[in-house]
Ligand binder design. Sequence first.
Ligand SMILES: [Mg+2]
Length: 147
Amino acid sequence: MALNVLVVDDSAVMRAMIVRTLKLSGVPLAEIHQAGNGEEGLRVVRDEWVDLVLLDVNMPVMNGEEMLTALRAEEATRALPVIVVSTESSDTRLARLTALDARIVHKPFPPETLRAMIAEVTGHSGIGGSHADEHDVAALASDSADF
Ligand SMILES: [Mg+2]
């Protein structure tokens, strides 16, 4: 099952980097939506089917913690998987985000880390470890070529 992902970050450069990392991660993707702050993000969640949110913390208008709080207050989005993409070093703030059932990934992060975390939060067993599978397939192909 391909995932519809929403990337919320006030930096267009950072959104582009996250989208690129997502594509490199090998996670099966359907739609990728983008929003520049929490308020825009909530609008997208209401209007579109979203399976996963990648959420920045510091944003104008509505920050990541406020958006996450709003998501958790709504029945329809109470359990929506959220990964907070953060440079935040404040442990108390990160603890509050974790208490709202978000996972934290620190910038910058490699595609493999993102993939593992997405597999975990979405409970998507088909996502984990496909790079290893690809290598296994390549190894099998070269083995059989030897025969
Ligand atoms: Mg920001």
